[in-house]
Design a protein around this ligand. Structure first.
Ligand code: PMP
Length: 362
């Protein structure tokens, strides 16, 4: 095999090599059945087993308490932006949103199509360079829910801790940081994540939901867009994205074999320290975009003196085998996404490249 690229893509993103190799090994014939997993019924015992095992693995790894349902849905996290208000924002109610960047804003805009919303806290005035301080948060107890974006993939910010919302259900978009560290799931009524960063390939969206929330699903919305449809049918109401769920299953096993979420967090911090240290130790040659206390351990954003130099960095990094370091087109600059599957060696090589590039260009 040719050398694997140093993959810093923001999503879809790097998958563990061991997972890809296992998938390759099982592609043509899945566990002795004479076919691939893509060629069998989702009602087969093999798929039902895989579905149940994947839910169980997620419950175990993420320490999901009893009383929560794990669902595999489709339509990406973007569809969740709509299904959340469709299911939980009733006439006369208001939904709260914390505005931290581009993805929080998309979630909020979608909710506005369905009902009243309120921005409970925002860092827009600071150009989204930090997560607002929510420690003394006073919430209207009548809010339908509070929505937060745990990690802003584009800006590169991440909650260091989650707010206490009392009786107001807390809903978290964890698309770009689920399973990067242990989380107290009991703080949340719902957590959702598109798979294509830390969980597997695109095509499946993981939804973790407190069962109480399912109790009064509205009857007037499309069957496929109601959470209770998927909960009652164990994510088998219609044909699920079988191959994506299979890949999530392999990724979860990989996380387990590699020490679970405590080990993931430790490794992610070691990886990102290498790159943040390269930024902070550069005497201003590289500038971190996000306030240190809100820096993400999944997406590292930084800038340089001018766009010319940033372009040169992006181009030269590609020539040296680094992929995906250009910042999102909406914000420019540079971004290194360091999801669970990105190896320590890739981050070390990047930190070294950054130091070398600085030497050659200052
Ligand atoms: N939320 C966040 C934080 C994201 O990073 C993304 C995708 N980059 C989305 C939502 C949208 O996900 P999807 O493409 O699965 O709809």
């Amino acid at each position: 095999m040719s050398k694997r690229a140093y993959n810093f893509n923001a999503g879809p993103a790097a998958l563990p090599l061991e997972v890809l190799q296992k998938a390759q090994e099982e592609l043509v014939e899945y566990r002795g059945i004479g076919m691939s997993i893509m060629e069998i019924s989702h009602r087969s015992s093999q798929y039902e087993e895989l579905n149940a095992e994947t839910q169980q693995l997620l419950k175990e790894l993420f320490a999901i308490p009893d009383g929560y349902k794990v669902m595999f849905m489709q339509g990406g996290a973007s569809t969740q932006f709509a299904t959340i208000p469709m299911n939980f924002l009733k006439p006369g109610q208001t939904a709260g949103y914390v505005l931290t960047g581009a993805w929080a804003d998309k979630a909020l805009k979608e909710a506005k199509l369905f009902g009243e919303t309120k921005i409970v806290a925002s860092s827009e005035a600071d150009k989204f360079t930090r997560i607002p301080d929510l420690s003394g948060l006073q919430l209207d107890p009548n809010l339908a829910y509070l929505h937060i974006t745990s990690n802003e993939t584009i800006e590169g910010s991440q909650y260091a801790s989650y707010p206490d919302t009392g009786n107001v259900p807390l809903i978290g978009d964890m698309s770009s940081d689920i399973l990067c560290r242990p989380v107290d799931v009991s703080k949340f009524s719902m957590i959702y994540a598109g798979a294509q960063k830390n969980l597997g390939p695109s095509g499946v969206t993981v939804v973790i939901m407190r069962e109480e929330l399912l109790a009064d699903s509205p009857k007037h919305i499309a069957t496929m867009l109601r959470y209770d449809t998927h909960a009652k049918n164990d994510s088998l109401y219609n044909t699920p994205p079988v191959y994506s769920v299979y890949m999530v299953n392999l990724v979860l096993k990989w996380i387990k074999e590699n020490g679970g979420l405590t080990a993931m967090e430790k490794r992610n911090r070691e990886k990102t320290d290498l790159i943040y240290n390269a930024i902070d130790g550069s005497g201003g040659f590289y500038r971190g975009v996000i306030a240190p206390e809100s820096r993400s351990i999944m997406n590292i954003t930084f800038r340089m003196k001018d766009e010319e130099l940033e372009k040169k960095f992006a181009k030269e990094s590609e020539q040296h085998g680094f992929v995906g370091l250009k910042g999102h087109r909406s914000v420019g600059g540079l971004r290194a996404s360091t999801y669970n599957a990105v190896p320590y060696e890739a981050c070390k090589a990047l930190a070294e490249f950054m130091a070398d590039f600085q030497r050659r260009n200052s």
